[in-house]
Design a protein around this ligand. Structure first.
Ligand SMILES: [Zn+2]
Length: 379
């Protein structure tokens, strides 16, 4: 299979695919403004549900799994982590067991799990849509339990190290031995606690700017402390609701300017993404999606995930951050992939996971390819 396209760095190239991998990428001498862009497939670290399907509840059928994963392809996503939020311990075990069987039977674009909870800060400013009564301090027992259920599919854990710092540090040190990445989030960790978690091996912060109190001290707040940790990545949700455009721009530019790989983009999508407005669930929680696309808890009005799709997220992030398409796209593809240990560049020998985009100012998704197969073509 051969195609001609322009890489995001602007190079017109002849691309050859052999089976599931890129065989060669050769720059062309001649050029044409009509060439599509070729870009690495999008990698979303936090998908709670999609296209009407809630991953935080037992799936009714394999059709539901097929539908959600295929719809993620239709929005450019060749790799994602299922995000499971805080739940009763037994319910989480059942979800992990059921979903890992689906992932094993149908190895498509799901790369594993991101456990966001139950090791979070239950305070009113940090709990978000998570139920505080189901939160608990970090424990090696639970980490071992999850590993026994899903093995290496456990890729990412978000925790709040201030709840029980010694236990959190033990869990981080033990988990990274199994190549689990640790992010901090739903947390107020700053200063020494933050530093100790980073020293133990924490590598990121989940949806920076969200799940923190509405009013914070002017200097000693999570946002400034995270930005000042130059080795710490942070994910942002570019839906224009979780962060207003000026805050998104300030955070994205601050993260990406010195070290581009610090900026990660994620949808934090829930079942109402790529689906009409209405009433959905996020695990045990009922969520209303309004005509504005905001997913909110009916009683408190708190945001509970987003209805953003990966492809729309990149374009929106590009506009809000003014960072250019390549930098923005990398923050939603190469950088999260590298965090998971995947070499996701468009290079000979790498898995042929990519998107083709129309050569317009506001590109459209033309096709998604995964492991050398076209898995979505725009109608
Ligand atoms: Zn969250």
């Amino acid at each position: 299979m051969k195609l001609v396209a322009r890489t995001l760095s602007g190079l017109a190239s002849a691309i050859e695919i052999d089976g599931p991998v890129f065989q060669s990428i050769v720059p062309l001498r001649s050029d044409s403004p009509d060439l599509p862009w070729i870009a690495p497939g999008l990698v979303d670290l936090q998908v709670n549900g999609f296209a009407g399907i809630d991953f935080n509840r037992a799936l009714e059928s394999d059709d539901a799994w097929q539908h959600a994963t295929h719809q993620l392809y239709a929005y450019g996503c060749t790799g994602f982590l299922i995000a499971l939020i805080t739940n009763r311990e037994e319910a989480s075990r059942d979800l992990l067991t059921g979903l890992s069987q689906r992932i094993a039977r149908r190895p498509r674009n799901c790369l594993g799990f991101h456990l966001e909870g139950p090791w979070l800060n239950p305070g009113p400013g940090t709990r978000g849509a998570h139920r505080p009564e189901w939160m608990q301090p970090p424990s090696l027992r639970l980490l071992d339990d999850w590993r026994s259920l899903v093995g290496d599919l456990l890729k990412l854990v978000t925790l709040a190290p201030e709840i029980e710092t010694a236990a959190a540090l033990d869990v981080i040190r033990a988990g990274i031995e199994h190549r689990i990445a640790f992010f901090l989030g739903h947390s107020e960790a700053i200063g020494d606690t933050l530093q100790r978690a980073v020293d133990a091996g924490a590598v990121g912060w989940t949806h920076l700017g969200n799940a923190i109190p509405a009013t914070v001290p002017k200097f000693d707040n999570v946002i400034l402390h995270v930005l000042a940790q130059s080795g710490l990545r942070a994910s942002l949700i570019p839906d224009g609701l979780h962060l207003p455009p000026h805050a998104f721009r300030a955070l994205a530019q601050s993260l990406a300017r010195a070290t581009p790989s610090r900026l990660l983009l994620t949808t934090d999508a829930m079942a109402g993404a790529a689906a009409p407005p209405g009433t959905y669930t996020l695990g045990e929680v009922v969520v209303r999606v309004g005509a504005d696309g905001a997913a909110r808890l009916p009683d408190s009005g708190r945001l509970a995930g987003s209805t953003l799709t990966p492809f729309a997220g990149v374009l929106r992030a590009q506009k809000m951050a003014a960072l250019g398409l390549e930098a923005t796209w990398n923050a939603f593809s190469r950088h999260p992939a590298s965090l998971l240990g995947l070499d996701h560049d468009i290079l000979a020998g790498n898995s042929a996971d990519f998107c083709l985009l129309s050569p317009e100012k506001e590109p459209r998704l033309l096709a998604t390819w995964h492991r050398g197969q076209c898995v979505y073509a725009a109608p």
